[in-house]
Ligand binder design. Structure first.
Ligand code: LUZ
Ligand code: MOS
Length: 758
């Protein structure tokens, strides 16, 4: 896969936080954290640590000059624990020393006495004890209570989905460098430079213009640096501010795994009602979200669960209840899909169970209930430009689903130890931050006197290729070669008040802003050319391939010449522009509105082979038809689709976040947390780009790609489950993800509850 940085990556020239050359005199910080899940801090003894040579300072909450508050949505989280700790890994303070080795050694010598308090790890238990992050949220349409009577089939059940570690290759980290006049410049590995700036200003009690945040690129994020990169950057800033020295703070892998939140595990109840023809009439669900100790982004993530509760289906009567539960675990956080995958999984489980009861294939129910133009989503938005059915029928034709199913059946008839399973997974994902005001981005475009172009936006490059997409958008708008365009670092002094690069909307929002800024300059250039050539009708002029054209005829004015001329006339060659997504709104009282600019659709087919002796499985293939709009860069988009699919499969199959009964992370390293490596990834991923898809909200008709493909991974869960059913048709299996090989094995051979009847 080629993207904007591929050559630098391959040569090891790309710079991440740990590669930056630090100024002389830089100090190093190491975080010390709670070793118990809940308790009062009785005493912190730093004497021994402080006596180690090379230790410069030990900072705790008492050393914070400003307001000790890092909560983004709800002010419920301090930078360092004050008198109470609420999870294992909660930061209590930092040691700053001449080297990282000294800082770490000293951190180990800090003795903390606690008075333990009871801890809760299970969201349902937290709910029963009234420990909630926000009051329950209810979305509904129609009337489920009246609808049940009209249903021929009703199925109820419980569904579990697990957490997921982001495992960005680059761990959390930052470098803070004091500047003159009390200013601090922070290099941070964050998706949200403004969040770092805002919180640093609050913690240090300075104005935001005293903090500059700069981001070159991240070594991955996946949502893990939307809110949770802030803490480490602010700690480094605090130390730099206190000691007036540059301070570097980079978490090692085990600290990062222990201290940071993951994808939220959910425990959910559902009830689904259908007609005997397989039309879904009613769906009711309650989602218990395991929020961890602080709110972080949990309320927004819960919203997205509710928005995606009905996936790609039209359901006339729906009631969903979201409950964000406070537990003594690290605050769970944004992760690719942002609660959407958890929501979709529940209705897919409900459909799966209903299909078992009806003795039909789940795909018949799925197919029968796909959204169409003219339907509405249960949160009020009209379904427009819907490609749900188109993706499904294209997949049916292109991949011959019927034949694939027949092949699975034939295989299963002939084999005992090995069974195959197949599942279809349609997706529908809403694009826009669900908090309307976040849907804005700005861009600053400069054209230098030699004709080269510099672009700053709010977008953060994290390997997803957003910089390349912005470059393409600017190149097309100005009709200037991509080689003449540089995408600059994301910097709060050039692009202020930024939303996080998140919600799959980085390329849409920032690409559109860059297009507007480019067009502003283009207009001035055309005017200047008209003056120069004494042409009256400027609509006859255009720039093509770095030349001015008049009535489609090349003139003598090259791009460079035009830039030079325009500069001589003292006309600005820079522009700043804002893009704000039009026509979106949401009423938080009624939970109705038009929260999304548009939706992304697709259909995936997943095939697996299960070794029923060992419980191990291979994903034979995933074949999808996906709606990319008019892709700005098919190679980047394909990479995002493939990566998302692998990550989604990982979440539901091999990745398992495990804690001890005391709330200690047991899957605390790469030897105990299983990632989908090349062997666990599908043997084949085939992606077909849906044809003729239009999207006026994306740059040049493109569509967002970051999060939607992850949800094809849900198909892998049900494909494995179908293979298990082929081996044990006598058994009812619980729906409890991830479906790790050991869980498969236990489930296949656990005592038979229902006698074999044939
Ligand atoms: N972040 C956010 C997100 O603040 N709001 C969202 O709706 C969202 N969606 C996906 C990923 N991050
Ligand atoms: Mo995200 S989950 O779009 O940071």
């Amino acid at each position: 896969m080629r993207n904007i940085d591929i050559e630098k990556h391959v040569r090891g020239e790309s710079q991440f936080i740990d590669d930056l050359i630090v100024p002389e005199g830089t100090l190093y910080a190491s975080v010390f954290d709670s070793t118990i899940a809940h308790g009062k801090i009785i005493n912190i003894n730093i004497d021994e640590a402080n006596s180690i040579s090379g230790v410069r300072a030990i900072l705790t909450s008492a050393d914070i000059p400003g307001i000790d508050q890092v909560g983004g949505i709800i002010p419920d989280e301090t930078l360092f624990a004050e008198d109470e700790v609420q999870f294992i890994g909660e930061p209590i303070g930092i040691v700053i020393a001449d080297s990282i080795e000294i800082a770490k050694k000293a951190a180990k010598k800090i003795k903390i006495d606690y008075e333990p308090l009871p801890a809760i790890f299970d969201p349902r238990e937290a709910f029963e004890k009234g420990k909630l992050i926000i009051p329950p949220k209810i979305f509904f349409s129609g009337n489920v209570d009246e609808a049940w009577n009209k249903c021929d089939i009703i199925v109820e059940g419980q569904v579990e989905t697990g957490g997921q570690e982001h495992l960005y290759l680059e761990t959390q980290g930052a470098i803070a460098i004091p500047q003159e006049g009390g200013k601090i410049k922070i290099f941070s590995s964050t998706q949200s430079p403004t969040a770092v700036q805002r919180v640093a200003a609050r913690i240090l009690d300075v104005d935001m213009n005293n903090i500059e945040v700069d981001v070159l690129r991240l070594g991955g994020a996946f949502g893990g640096k939307e809110d949770q990169a802030t803490h480490w950057a602010v700690m480094a800033a605090l130390a730099a501010f206190k000691l007036n020295k540059p301070v570097k703070l980079v978490l090692n892998r085990m600290d990062d795994l222990r201290m940071t939140g993951k994808r939220h595990p959910y425990s959910s109840d559902y009830k689904i009602g259908l007609t005997s023809e397989g039309k879904i009439l009613a769906f009711e669900a309650t989602y218990f979200q395991n929020g961890g100790a602080f709110a972080d982004l949990s309320p927004a993530i819960l919203d997205r669960t509710l928005f995606h509760a009905t996936n790609s289906y039209f359901v006339p009567n729906v009631k969903t209840t979201g409950i964000s539960c406070k537990t003594n675990l690290p605050p769970n956080t944004a992760f690719r899909g942002f609660g959407g995958p958890q929501g979709k999984f529940v209705i897919e489980a409900a459909i799966h169970k209903a299909s078992e009861k009806m003795g039909i294939d789940a795909s018949e129910i799925q197919r029968n209930n796909l959204l169409k133009n003219g339907d509405s989503f249960y949160y009020g938005q009209q379904v427009e430009n819907c490609y749900a059915e188109k993706c499904w029928t294209d997949a049916e034709e292109k991949y011959n689903i019927k034949k694939l199913k027949q092949e699975v059946e034939d295989f299963n008839r002939k084999n005992y130890q090995f069974k195959k399973g197949i599942a279809v997974m349609p997706i529908c994902f809403g694009i826009s931050f669900t908090n309307t005001f976040l849907n804005q981005a700005s861009a600053l475009v400069h054209i230098y006197t030699d004709g080269s172009v510099g672009v700053s936006t709010a977008a953060v490059e994290m390997g997803q290729g957003v910089n390349e997409k912005i470059k393409i958008a600017v190149s097309k708008t100005l009709s200037v070669s991509k080689d003449r365009i540089r995408i600059e670092t994301t910097n709060t002094t050039r692009t202020a008040n930024t939303s996080a690069t998140a919600a799959s909307s980085g390329a849409d929002l920032n690409g559109n802003a860059a297009i507007i800024a480019s067009k502003n300059i283009l207009e001035r250039l055309i005017k200047s050319a008209a003056e120069e050539l004494k042409i009256i009708d400027i609509s006859d002029l255009e720039i093509k391939d770095e030349f001015l054209y008049h009535k489609n005829k090349k003139t003598k004015l090259s791009w460079n010449e035009l830039i030079r001329l325009t500069f001589q006339k003292r006309i600005s060659l820079s522009s700043n522009a804002l893009y704000a997504t039009p026509n979106i709104y949401f009423d938080k009282e009624t939970n109705k509105g038009r929260p999304f600019a548009y939706h992304v659709y697709g259909t995936g087919i997943t095939n697996v082979t299960l070794d029923c002796l060992r419980g191990t499985y291979t994903i034979d293939f995933v074949k999808v038809v996906h709606d990319f709009g008019k892709s700005l860069d098919p190679v980047i988009d394909l990479g995002q689709a493939e990566g998302g699919i692998a990550q989604g499969i990982g979440w539901l199959s091999v990745e398992e976040v495990v804690h001890s009964n005391e709330g200690k992370l047991l899957s605390n390293s790469l030897s105990t947390y299983k990632l989908p490596d090349i062997y666990a990834a599908p043997k084949e991923i085939e992606v077909t780009f849906l044809e003729d898809s239009e999207n006026r909200f994306g740059p040049f008709n493109s569509k967002a790609i970051g999060e939607p493909p992850l949800m094809y991974g849900i198909g892998a869960y049900f494909a494995i489950l179908n293979a298990m059913k082929a081996f044990r048709p006598d058994k009812e299996f619980e729906i409890n993800a991830p479906l790790t090989p050991e869980k498969v094995l236990m489930n296949l051979y656990r005592k038979v509850e229902v006698p074999v009847t044939s």
